[in-house]
Write a protein that binds this ligand. Structure first.
Ligand code: AMP
Ligand code: MG
Length: 339
């Protein structure tokens, strides 16, 4: 789905004036500001309730612009950019001078990507500069994959919302650190580890120290209001009856249970508040993941029992988001604070 030229022009004008524009990408909807305007960038953090130390991604219109935003472009970065851009791959490189520290959370590195969406690319082309954007949701909650999700969650806090239809990929980009000798994945996402290694011709490095390289990153993220409990793929495979019986017991004990189950098992559930029959393909599961979580919240579920995919290919990114959604919440009320 494309947007009207007049809407693109208007959105570019909002960016030029220091405003915030929500826009579609192939991964999720972003909350964008002029990457070179520190005051506009600061407003993103304020609207999201995001800690200022949590860095943003700078979106650019083409791989040929990469050198304008980073200190230098190593050969590996060039190779990956040529191969996967436009696409759901973010490269972390040494920060170029035009990127304000507000956008990088004070880091001397910057995350950059070229989104693969006609509306995002039209906006970047009309605006002419870089657009820094995290996902267009409150910090810690479920990412938006439609324009309605953005409006429902952020409302008037956003100056302009571009509607480009539902996002194709549905989970965020893969973040690869290319500042070291061997690239490492900081966050699994839309481009698989297998795809990256096939292009590189060698295995990716394990990220140094901890996979949580980003200051201020909280163990709970991508979280719906309902508590999330995970079921490992082996358990779904070996004892599916037990998974169903346990979920039904929770419902009998007074919970409003929402279940994510493979389609082959979903029909066997008798007692649950809501059941999502998961698509067989990982691409369809990723595309629907955040929508499913939002729908179960809307239907009044207080407990989501989610069956995890096998952690390979896109399944790695889906499992990463579900594990974080199930992570310990910052308050004792069991919900993520929302400003
Ligand atoms: P979001 O757009 O909300 O998915 O968040 C952007 C993510 O990009 C952050 O959570 C970080 O994980 C990552 N990121 C951005 N800049 C950097 C950087 N300089 N170094 C490492 N990770 C980064
Ligand atoms: Mg986010």
């Amino acid at each position: 789905m494309t947007a009207k030229t007049s809407d693109i022009e208007m959105a570019a004008g909002v960016l030029r004036a220091g405003g915030l524009v929500a826009f579609p990408t192939e991964t999720v909807y972003g909350l964008g500001a002029d990457a070179e305007d520190p005051a506009a960038v600061a407003r993103i953090f304020q609207v999201k309730g995001r800690p200022p130390s949590h860095p943003l991604i700078v979106h650019i219109g083409g791989a040929e612009q990469l050198g304008d935003w980073v200190e230098d472009v190593p050969a590996t970065a060039r190779l990956l950019a040529e191969h996967f851009w436009p696409g759901p791959l973010t490269l972390v490189l040494r920060r170029g001078r035009r990127v304000p520290l507000e956008a990088t959370g004070g880091l001397e590195t910057v995350a950059v990507r070229v989104p693969d969406h006609p509306v995002a690319l039209a906006l970047l082309s009309a605006f002419g500069g870089g657009v820094t954007a995290p996902s267009a949701n409150r910090f810690g909650s479920v990412s938006p994959t439609t324009a309605d999700h953005v409006s429902a969650e952020l409302g008037d806090a956003v100056d302009f919302v571009l509607d480009g239809g539902p996002c194709e990929v549905g989970v965020e980009s893969t973040i690869v650190d290319v500042t070291g000798e061997i690239p490492s994945v900081l966050r699994p996402g839309g481009v698989t580890r297998e795809d990256l290694e096939a292009v590189l011709g060698y295995p990716l490095a394990v990220p140094a120290a901890s996979p949580v390289r980003v200051p201020g990153q909280h163990p709970s993220h991508y979280a719906p209001r309902a508590r999330v409990v995970l079921v490992e793929p082996e358990k779904v495979l070996v004892e599916p009856e037990k998974v169903i019986v346990e979920a039904e017991l929770a419902q009998e004990l007074g919970h409003q249970v929402g279940l994510f189950l493979p389609a082959s098992l979903a029909g066997a559930v008798v007692k649950a508040h809501a059941v999502v029959a998961l698509p067989d393909s990982m691409a369809a599961y990723a595309r629907g993941l955040y929508r499913f979580l939002r729908e179960l919240d809307q239907q009044g579920c207080d407990l989501i029992v989610a069956s995890l995919p096998v952690e390979e290919g896109l399944g790695l990114a889906i499992a990463n988001r579900l594990r974080r959604a199930a992570g310990p919440r910052p308050s004792s009320t069991g919900t993520v604070p929302r400003q």
